[in-house]
Ligand binder design. Structure first.
Ligand SMILES: Nc1ncnc2c1ncn2[C@@H]1O[C@H](COP(=O)(O)OP(=O)(O)OP(=O)(O)O)[C@@H](O)[C@H]1O
Length: 458
């Protein structure tokens, strides 16, 4: 156990208040039995439709937009379908623009993401909403466990996720898992399946982002012999194969619009039709979908159907980025090191309080997957490798990026990196995608997908 970890275990009977989040641990109780609450907040429409109406938060977040699925609905043409989200976190209240058409203006300043204070005025198109803290608090439901399936975590954010996953596992409801890459979405899907009554039935994974659009329909629903060129035999699709079990649709945000319509029908009617067949086959399959995108922003952009989002998001679980829960790093690192099965002597330098403390200070843009890869590299070299910008290669952050809020800057930097990386490899291999993808150790289909995203031609 690291020094930081020990400190958290020993704090007796305290209230920890961070921003809008409060954690209460009864005197002498062990970690795992705390309760948490967040400050309640109020949104008052001061201009626009339903002027004067007041909305009170029942949890830690609220989405605002013109679509009826929002918590606060502003039926006004200049307000996007999912315009923005207000959320209470460790560091206070924030608003985040969901790629709305007219943007979010907080107290006169256009923002992508911004902190809010009591009395802040949010302008969304022609509507204005006032944000205020209320004196009361909303209780957050936390799981008593700090481990679910292969996922571990002691943070409030992770235990709130565990509670939602446990509740979801007890039902057949469709689940939408959201979170940045490497936050544990695939593992969460497996954990829900394993904790459900379907655990002895198949768990089928379809990576919708890695399968070319023209093959995805047949992959999901199967096809009849002769349905298209190359369909030499009849093929059973993932939905039929998963009968009685669970299907995990990874990267659901990548599926093309025509197929979204077909998937919607399956969710509504619980039957599929193989490509090239006129017969409907009933399917008893639990659906769990995952995405690293915010599907609400995809709906705004017209790339994702709002009715499909509605059907998928029966239970929404957002896996937090690792940088939002550094307190989980000691337990996750310990689990990753233990499962690597290395000789305990080699693990010693990777278990010191100084090393763990450095891990906690890093931002981990690739989340737990990056942490795992880094620890694996350390194990190979048998030392704590450089981690931060100070002891690693120098990266200059241009002023155009450092002037932006972190999420926007990160998105642009990653986009730019991806584009240049692909370009360099394509040039090196004279536009031969298969060779470029092989050098990148990347699936060719994924390489093509990234090229399409960045408008690159071979
Ligand atoms: N809380 C956690 N505890 C332990 N291991 C974790 C945790 N979260 C993620 N991992 C590990 O990190 C790796 C990445 O997890 P996973 O593949 O589930 O992420 P993901 O969100 O599905 O990523 P992507 O969106 O890129 O597919 C896996 O090895 C997983 O076991």
């Amino acid at each position: 156990m690291s020094a930081t970890d020990r400190k958290e275990e020993e704090v007796p009977g305290t209230d920890t208040v961070e921003g809008g989040l409060q954690v209460t641990r009864p005197h002498g109780a062990r970690r795992g039995s705390e309760s948490a609450s967040v400050r309640r907040f109020r949104l008052t429409v001061v201009e626009g439709p339903a002027q004067g109406s007041v909305w009170e938060s029942g949890a830690d977040r609220c989405s605002i937009g013109s679509h009826p699925l929002n918590d606060l609905v502003l039926d006004e043409e200049t307000v996007s379908r999912f315009h923005c989200e207000v959320r209470i976190g460790k560091d206070g209240a924030r608003v985040r623009d969901l790629d709305s058409l007219n943007g979010v203006v907080v107290d006169g300043v256009q923002v992508v993401e911004s902190f809010l204070r009591g009395g802040s005025l949010l302008r969304l198109g022609r509507a204005t909403v006032r944000f205020d803290f209320s004196t009361e608090r909303n209780k957050l439901t936390l799981s008593e466990t700090t481990r679910l399936g292969t996922l571990v975590g002691t943070s409030v954010a992770m235990r709130a996720c565990f509670a939602r996953m446990e509740r979801a596992a007890g039902t057949d409801a469709t689940v939408l898992l959201e979170g940045e890459t490497g936050t544990g979405k695939s593992q969460a899907a497996q954990a829900i399946h394993q904790a459900s009554t379907r655990r002895d039935k198949p768990f089928l994974i379809v990576d919708c982002g890695a399968i070319p659009a023209n093959l995805l329909e047949s992959e999901l629903f199967g096809h009849e012999k002769g349905a298209f060129t190359g369909a030499a035999t009849r093929r059973i699709g993932a939905f039929e194969e998963a009968q009685g079990g669970t299907i995990f649709l990874d990267e659901i945000g990548e599926i093309p619009l025509e197929l979204q319509a077909k998937l919607l029908r399956v969710l509504e009617e619980r039957q599929i039709r193989r490509v090239g067949s006129n017969t409907h086959v009933p399917v008893d399959v639990r659906i769990i979908a995952a995405t690293h995108r915010d599907l609400r922003a995809e709906v705004n952009a017209g790339r994702f159907r709002s009715d499909l989002f509605f059907r998928l998001a029966v239970v929404r679980i957002s896996l937090p980025a690792l940088r939002e829960r550094p307190e989980d790093i000691p337990v996750i690192a310990e689990q990753l090191l233990t499962s690597a099965g290395a000789d305990p002597e080699r693990l010693e330098p990777l278990r010191t309080p100084e090393f763990i403390s450095r891990l906690r200070q890093f931002a981990w843009p690739g989340n737990v997957r990056e942490l795992r890869n880094y620890l694996e590299r350390c194990l190979v070299f048998e030392e704590a490798l450089p981690l931060s910008e100070e002891d690693g290669p120098a990266w200059d952050v241009p002023p155009s990026l450092s002037a932006l809020p972190y999420p926007e800057a990160r998105r642009r930097a990653i986009d730019e990196f991806e584009r240049r990386y692909l370009q360099t490899l394509l040039e090196r291999h004279q536009g031969k995608v298969a060779q470029a993808a092989a050098e990148a150790q990347m699936d060719r289909v994924y390489f093509y997908r990234l090229m399409r995203r960045h408008n690159l031609k071979p």
